[in-house]
Design a binder for this molecule. Structure first.
Ligand code: ATP
Length: 355
C-alpha cells in the first residue's frame, strides 16, 4: 500500500526530493526546470499525491507530462494541476505581452494561425485578446463568427472589445466597411492601428496577439515601431516564395530590434483522409531550414487540413483532434519564450577555491 504519510513529515527528505525532481524536469517549455516557488500545494487524495503548480506563463496543459515524470521519479501515483498567473508586468495598460503575428507573403494563413494560437493560449490558462491590424483585409470578424457585431462604447473615448470564445477582439472590420479601409495609405493605416490599440478598453490581458497586414514594406515597419510589442511570430508556408518573404520579415524585425519568438510553418503537408499518406504539396522542411539559419524556434508545422478551413468558416473554436495538440504545443513554447526572455535569471554560481 502507499505510504504517503512519509511525504509530509518535516524531517523526511522526500518533500525536498520533490522540489529537486521538479527542478530537474526538462522540456522545450521548461528549459531550466520547474522552480521551487511555483510549487503551490501538495496534498493526498484517494491514495494519490496531488501537486498544484502555479506557473508564470501559459502552460497549463503541461500537467500530464509533469505527472508522468514525477510518477517515474517517485514510484508513487501523482496528479498534477497547473494554474497560470503571469507576474505583474504591464507592457501596455493592463496587457502583459503584445505579440505581433506577421507574414511576408499574403494568404499563408496568418489570421487563421493567430486565432488558433489565441484559442490555444486560452486553453493553456491565459487571458487573451486579438487585435486585427490587417487593415487591408480584416478577417477576424469572420474567423470569430462576428460578421455583424459592432463594439459598444465604454465611454466617449473608448470602445469595449467584442468577446467570443472567451477572447477579447477588436478589428477595423467591426468599424469600417472593407472597401473604405482598402484605399487607406500608410500613415492612415498605422494611425488606425494605434487608435485601435489605444482606444479599446482591453481590460486585463496576459497576451494580446496583433494580426499584422502581410508584407514587409514601410507600412508594416511603421506599425511595428508604433506598438510596444514583446516579440513577433512569423507565419510562412514551405514554398520558396513565401520563405523568401518570411526571411524579409525576420530582417525587418531585426532592424527594429524586436525579438522573433518563433516561426510557424502552415500548410506544411497534406494528409490524405482516405489512405493517411502525407504529401508535401509546397515543398519540404523549408520552415525548419529557415528557422535553423536564423536561430529561431520552429513552433509548429501545421498541415493543410480541411478541418482548419471549416473551423474558420464556421467561426468556431472547436479544433480537429489531430490539430489541437500542434497549436497547444506552439502556444506553450511561445509563452515560455516570452517568460524567459523577460526573466533570464538563470543563476550561475561562481565558486572560488584555493586550488
Ligand atoms: N492549414 C490550413 N489548412 C487548410 N486551410 C487553411 C490552412 N490555413 C489557412 N487556411 C485557409 O486559407 C485561407 C487563407 O487563410 P488566412 O485568411 O488565415 O490567411 P492570411 O495569411 O491571414 O491572409 P491575408 O494575407 O489575406 O491576410 C482561408 O480560407 C483559411 O481557412
Amino acid at each position: 500500500m502507499f505510504n504517503l504519510g512519509k511525504w509530509f513529515k518535516k524531517e523526511n527528505p522526500l518533500q525536498q526530493e520533490l522540489i529537486t525532481w521538479l527542478s530537474g524536469f526538462r522540456s522545450e517549455v521548461f528549459p531550466v526546470g520547474i522552480a521551487a516557488e511555483w510549487l503551490n500545494d501538495v496534498s493526498i487524495s484517494q491514495a494519490k499525491l496531488k501537486i498544484t503548480l502555479q506557473l508564470p506563463f501559459a502552460a497549463k496543459q503541461s500537467a500530464p507530462e509533469i505527472a508522468a515524470y514525477l510518477n517515474g521519479k517517485s514510484g508513487q501515483e501523482c496528479e498534477v494541476e497547473c494554474r497560470v498567473s503571469l507576474p505583474k508586468q504591464n507592457q501596455f495598460k493592463d496587457i502583459k505581452h503584445i505579440v505581433l503575428i506577421a507574414s511576408g507573403k499574403g494568404g499563408v494563413g496568418k489570421s487563421t494561425t493567430t486565432v488558433n494560437l489565441a484559442l490555444a493560449l486560452r486553453d493553456e490558462g491565459a487571458k487573451v485578446g486579438i487585435l486585427d491590424a490587417d487593415i487591408y483585409g480584416p478577417s477576424l470578424p469572420s474567423l470569430l463568427g462576428l460578421l455583424d457585431a459592432r463594439p459598444e462604447a465604454a465611454d466617449d473615448k473608448t470602445l469595449l472589445p467584442l468577446k467570443k470564445h472567451d477572447i477579447a477582439a477588436q478589428s477595423i472590420g467591426f468599424l469600417v466597411p472593407a472597401e473604405q479601409a482598402t484605399v487607406w495609405r500608410g500613415p492612415m493605416a498605422s494611425q488606425a492601428l494605434q487608435q485601435l490599440l489605444n482606444e479599446t478598453a482591453w481590460g486585463e490581458l496576459d497576451y494580446l496577439l496583433v494580426d499584422m497586414p502581410p508584407g514587409t514594406g514601410d507600412i508594416q515597419l511603421t506599425m511595428t515601431q508604433k506598438v510596444p510589442a514583446s516579440g513577433a511570430v512569423i507565419v510562412t508556408t514551405p514554398q520558396d516564395l513565401a520563405l523568401a518573404d518570411a526571411q524579409k520579415g525576420i530582417a525587418m524585425f531585426a532592424q527594429v530590434n524586436l525579438p522573433i519568438l518563433g516561426l510557424i510553418e502552415n500548410m506544411s503537408f497534406f494528409v490524405c483522409n482516405q489512405c493517411g499518406s502525407e504529401t508535401a504539396v509546397f515543398g519540404q522542411h523549408g520552415g525548419k531550414r529557415l528557422a535553423m539559419r536564423h536561430g529561431v524556434p520552429l513552433l509548429a508545422e501545421i498541415p493543410l487540413h480541411v478541418g482548419i478551413r471549416e473551423q474558420g468558416e464556421a467561426g468556431s473554436d472547436s479544433r480537429h483532434d489531430e490539430l489541437a495538440p500542434l497549436y497547444q504545443s506552439a502556444a506553450r513554447q511561445l509563452a515560455s519564450t516570452l517568460y524567459y526572455q523577460t526573466h533570464t535569471a538563470t543563476a550561475v554560481e561562481i565558486v572560488i577555491t584555493d586550488d
